[in-house]
Ligand binder design. Structure first.
Ligand SMILES: [Zn+2]
Length: 194
């Protein structure tokens, strides 16, 4: 059950820098057609409510997208999220979402980039505008290679940074500076952090 009162209770805490994670997940939908429709409608309704809330409190969104790229993109554009922007967390490598870079969305890259089967993400990575790249953990899940399967911790993000440097033909230092700068920009510009 979505209850905005719960969000209101925490939103002004100094450590609260964003709204989320929220978004659409069509990976596990009910099989029954009617139930499926109702589930999708409810997900959209709650997502839109959280978008409006983020805009009201002027904080960026942390957005989860799983097998719902079209609807997610449509909603983020239709509801004019540019003023707050946000992160497409664990970016799913859908090229369909790339235009969201122009709407102030950053692309959260995690451990998946280091996986042997990460073909799609490896291919799409250079197409993400550099000023929209962010590194994330998604701990305790998606632990980078060579620690895949272990509990994920923020200190493993160095493996993501190494892989990103290799793929973008940049130095590790350049990746560190770039992704740090991007994160600070997003979370400072649209939040009360100072
Ligand atoms: Zn998620």
């Amino acid at each position: 059950m979505y209850d905005e009162k719960v969000l209101e209770e925490y939103i002004n805490h100094p450590k609260c820098i964003a709204v989320g994670e929220c978004g659409l997940d069509y990976f596990r939908l009910p099989e029954d057609e009617e139930e499926k429709k109702a589930n999708i409608a409810k997900q959209k309704e709650v997502f839109i409510a959280q978008i409006e809330f983020a805009k009201k409190v002027n904080k960026p969104l942390i957005v989860h997208v799983r097998e719902a790229s079209n609807d997610s993109k449509q909603i983020l554009i239709d509801y004019d999220t540019k003023q707050v922007g946000g992160v497409l967390h664990c970016y799913n490598a859908s090229e369909h979402l790339l235009p969201l870079a122009e709407h102030n969305f950053y692309f959260g890259i995690g451990g998946v980039l280091t996986f042997k089967n990460a073909k799609k993400l490896i291919e799409v990575l250079p197409k993400i505008p550099k000023d929209k790249l962010i590194i994330e953990t998604d701990g305790p899940y998606l632990t980078p290679h060579p620690f895949r399967g272990k509990r994920n911790e923020p200190y493993y993000t160095v493996f993501v940074a190494d892989k990103m440097a290799e793929l973008l033909e940049m130095t590790r230092e350049e990746i560190d500076n770039l992704t740090t700068k991007n994160a600070i920009k997003l979370f400072k510009e649209f939040s009360s952090l100072s």
